[in-house]
Design a protein around this ligand. Structure first.
Ligand code: GZL
Length: 332
């Protein structure tokens, strides 16, 4: 009797052991996991600037759509709250999570070499989107996807020249974007270079409004307080600051779009509505809908078929008489 019982226990023990070994080999066998890895989703880690403007929100929404555009992809998202140290922390977290691609929209152009070297050492390709990053070693960046900000500044200046001519005498107030960002540096450079041919165009006030409506209003109030009766033109590096400035101009008792000619960059719906209402005069479009292009670039990189390291967005320019017709087409 005892032998029979012992035999039964041995058989049961063998069966149980076989079960774990099978699982173990499932989990531990590199062949098994590697063959499964092709069915594993590819993960993009996106370190976003923040949520400071309508443009930024539209860009975030477009990039968050990637997993719906292609179910082989997942997205990890981090809001940097307009602080570089937060974006650097996010990149380090993406490296630790072993994402397949890191996408970075850098709040400012410099200070990225160390963390992008860590990404390179971890063999994770980096795609810079929208604003640019200046690095000492170009191999730290696999691709750039975004607008030509200098071109945007040139287009904004051309809107002013088209209206007043190169020989007019103008006092211009400038609302700068975030200091040190590609958008601020490029737009200011493009605008200033273009008005070099206009000897009597004077930028009499210039200060950052950090791309936000609140700050744009606050800075414009200060401009008006000191030079309200001299300012003919407002040049704003983005729509959100112009929206805030328009409120300040109305509270000051002047008519935006008439007493003060206003041009700005982005092309958000609210700005087209203000231009349709006659309160602004020109919008230079800056395309935030970068999700589909980021997905395409990521696929090319992961398939080893990247065709273009520098992908520029396509954008238009709109004058006041086009605003009403264009408004229904705006996607952001
Ligand atoms: C431009 C983008 C800028 C937008 C602003 O590409 O970086 O940042 O013009 C946003 O609205 O804050």
């Amino acid at each position: 009797m005892k032998i029979k019982k012992l035999f039964g226990v041995l058989v049961a023990a063998t069966l149980v052991a076989g079960m774990f070994v099978g699982c173990g080999s499932q989990g531990g066998d590199s062949k098994t996991t590697s063959s499964n890895s092709s069915s594993k989703k590819k993960v993009i880690g996106f370190a976003q600037v923040g949520a400071e403007s309508g443009w930024r929100t539209a860009e975030t929404e477009s990039i968050k759509e990637i997993p719906k555009l292609d179910t082989n992809f997942d997205l990890k998202f981090s809001d940097g709250q307009q602080k570089q140290e937060n974006q650097i922390k996010a990149i380090r977290s993406f490296i630790a999570q072993k994402v397949d691609i890191i996408a970075l929209d850098p709040v400012v152009e410099t200070g990225w070499d160390t963390v992008l070297k860590e990404a390179k050492d971890a063999k994770i390709p980096v795609v810079i989107v929208d604003r640019n990053a200046k690095v000492s070693d170009e191999s730290l960046i696999t691709a750039f996807l975004g607008s030509d900000m200098e071109e945007e500044g040139k287009k904004a200046a051309q809107l002013v020249i088209d209206k007043f001519g190169k020989d007019a005498s103008l006092n211009i107030a400038e609302l700068q974007g975030t200091v040190g960002s590609t958008a601020m540096i490029g737009r200011q450079k493009g605008f200033n270079e273009t008005i070099k041919d206009c000897p009597n165009y004077k930028i009499i006030k210039t200060q950052t409004g950090d791309f936000t409506r609140a700050k744009g209003k606050e800075v414009m109030e200060a401009f008006l307080k000191s030079d309200g009766d001299k300012i003919n033109v407002l040049w704003s590096h983005n729509d959100d600051m112009a929206v805030g400035a328009i409120q300040a101009i109305e509270e000051y008792g002047k008519k935006p779009g008439q007493d003060i000619f206003i041009v700005s960059v982005d092309g958000i719906k609210d700005m087209f509505q203000l231009m349709a209402d006659g309160k602004s005069n020109g919008i230079v479009e800056c395309n935030p809908l970068l999700g589909p292009q980021l997905l395409e670039v990521s696929k090319q990189i992961l398939d080893g078929k990247l065709t273009d390291k520098n992908i520029k967005s396509k954008e238009g320019v709109f004058k006041q008489d086009q605003a009403k017709a264009e408004l229904p087409n705006r996607k952001y």
